[in-house]
Design a protein around this ligand. Structure first.
Ligand code: FAD
Length: 288
């Protein structure tokens, strides 16, 4: 009850939605109907991921451009640096700036199989981008520690390096325990990290994919969550969506009560759950 009461009082919620470039005609339709559904909520921006295989950067750029043109909402390409030289990155950044893009989600990217080191890390990309132009830059943060980091303190100091290099805010990896985020926020503050820490919310629509992905990214899936999906009919998507929404809503309520005002949604190109959670947070679709 106290949670719902505090929800009724909050204002100034700002959200962002993350999408990925579609690979098929059908995925393309799903993406654009989701963009259309979520745009009237007036998110601060919509971001589009980038995968290192060839041609993908163009697809990221195409989606970003189309979002800006068709919705008027600011769109942010994700950009990785493991797969490009400094010169290439400078050129990409200039092209983005000239195309009217002002926000970038700056990442190192995952190392190709067999590779253990790289010339450029996330912090280097942030510095490089800031040298090209005054982009608004988001970086990645890991409440449960990045899988490659030697320890949590090293990883936290890495986040500080990214912020000191000019990152404006940090979006977290997804998580399922609000306490994990809140403790991380405290540790970041204690380390002198002043940039806004934005929780990355993953509304779960597919439990099996989630478990696989969580394993790869060092994200803890709590026992209660496993239990929730036990014995559920494979084809019962309605129940899956309701469970996913309920999990995210519980978490978001706690975070909002603890003063969090920005939320980043990993939409996986779907709109239903993110829309419902935003509505619960008080956002209303603007008509027309
Ligand atoms: P970094 O901040 O560079 O850190 C990577 C690792 O290296 C950490 O363990 C860090 O502690 C360590 N490290 C940092 N500096 C050094 C150093 N000098 N020496 C040794 N170790 C160091 N991936 C994509 O490919 N495309 C995307 O669009 C994408 N979007 C994402 C969006 C968000 C919000 C998040 C959270 C992740 C995203 N990722 C994406 C995944 C990301 O690319 C991977 O998690 C990647 O492995 C790390 O990227 P980073 O920018 O956090 O790297």
């Amino acid at each position: 009850d106290a949670l719902n009461q505090s929800l009724a009082d909050i204002k100034n919620i700002d959200v962002s939605f993350e999408f990925f470039p579609p690979k098929t005609e059908q995925m393309e339709q799903t993406l654009w109907s989701s963009v259309e559904r979520l745009a009237p909520l007036k998110p601060a921006y919509m971001s589009v991921t980038y995968g290192a295989n060839s041609g993908e950067r163009d697809r990221t750029h195409d989606v970003v451009k189309r979002i800006q043109n068709e919705t008027g909402i600011s769109a942010a390409p994700h950009l990785t640096c493991v797969d490009a030289s400094r010169e290439e990155l400078v050129q990409i950044a200039k092209d983005y700036w000239d195309a009217g893009i002002r926000r970038i989600v700056a990442l190192r990217g995952d190392l190709p199989p067999g590779v253990t080191e790289t010339e450029l890390y996330g912090a280097d990309l942030v510095a490089l981008l800031k040298e090209v132009a005054d982009f608004d830059i988001s970086v990645a943060a890991y409440p449960e520690v990045h899988p490659e980091a030697p320890n949590s303190q090293f990883d936290l100091l890495n986040l500080k390096r990214k912020v000191d290099a000019g990152a404006d805010q940090a979006i977290t990896q997804f998580f399922f325990d609000a306490e994990v985020f809140l403790r991380f926020r405290d540790r970041a503050a204690a380390a002198g990290i002043e940039a806004n820490l934005i929780p990355g919310i993953l509304p779960v629509t597919n439990y099996k994919t989630l478990v696989k992905f969580a394993g790869m990214t060092n994200v803890n899936v709590p026992n209660w969550l496993h239990r929730m999906y036990e014995g559920l009919d494979e084809n019962d998507q309605t129940t899956r969506n309701l469970l996913g929404a309920s999990i995210s809503m519980d978490m978001v309520k706690i975070l909002a009560k603890e003063g969090v005002r920005n939320f980043h949604f990993y939409t996986l190109n779907r709109s239903e759950l993110s829309f419902a959670i935003c509505h619960m947070l008080g956002l209303r679709a603007e008509q027309g």
